[in-house]
Design a protein around this ligand. Structure first.
Ligand code: ZN
Length: 175
């Protein structure tokens, strides 16, 4: 099982059946890219599937926040971006293709996406854990008392996965 829970769910917000209960949400770019006017993106933003640089001086890595789901083998995944220091960005590139790079010490980053379910998550401090070549880094929340850190540690239930889906599907709708 990966990516979704079979069979969908009956939504408590709209009362309809949604065909898919996602176990994964991916945000395609750092939040900071949204602040760049569309007609300047080409000149100012370099973005790949894994890295982003703005103005040659703001550096971002794409990674994954994993949350265990009780009763499921597959974790829940937030695919998000972290801002990192120039030094960390250089180092990440030095070891990008290096076998054994997962032995790198964790380094600091700052969440650069708005996970609105958890309040203001922009610049939330992260520990970034380098994974084997070909895998995106894992992000853990540095503050052990943050709600997202508690979920990472204790896991969530499938009901919470559904609550998340309902909030994301119906964001901005009245009620
Ligand atoms: Zn619904």
């Amino acid at each position: 099982m990966s990516g979704e829970v079979f069979g969908g769910f009956v939504c408590t917000v709209c009362g309809e059946r949604h065909e898919v209960l996602p176990l994964k949400y991916s945000i395609k770019a750092p939040q900071a890219v949204l602040a760049v006017p569309p007609d300047q993106i080409e000149d100012r933003v370099v973005i790949t599937a894994d890295q982003c640089v703005i103005d040659g001086q703001q550096f971002y890595l794409r990674g994954r926040i994993l949350i265990p789901v009780r009763g499921l083998e597959a974790p829940f995944v937030w695919g998000v971006w972290a801002e990192i220091s120039p030094k960390s960005f250089l180092r990440a590139n030095e070891v990008w293709q290096l076998q054994g790079r997962e032995q790198e010490l964790p380094f600091m980053g700052w969440l650069n996406n708005d996970l609105f379910l958890f309040g203001d998550t922009l610049n939330l401090q992260l520990d970034i854990h380098t994974q084997p070549v070909g895998e995106r880094p894992l992000f853990t929340i540095s503050d052990p008392n943050h709600p997202l850190a508690i979920q990472q540690r204790d896991g969530i239930t499938i009901d919470t996965v559904q609550d998340i889906a309902e909030m994301i599907l119906h964001r901005g709708e009245p009620g």
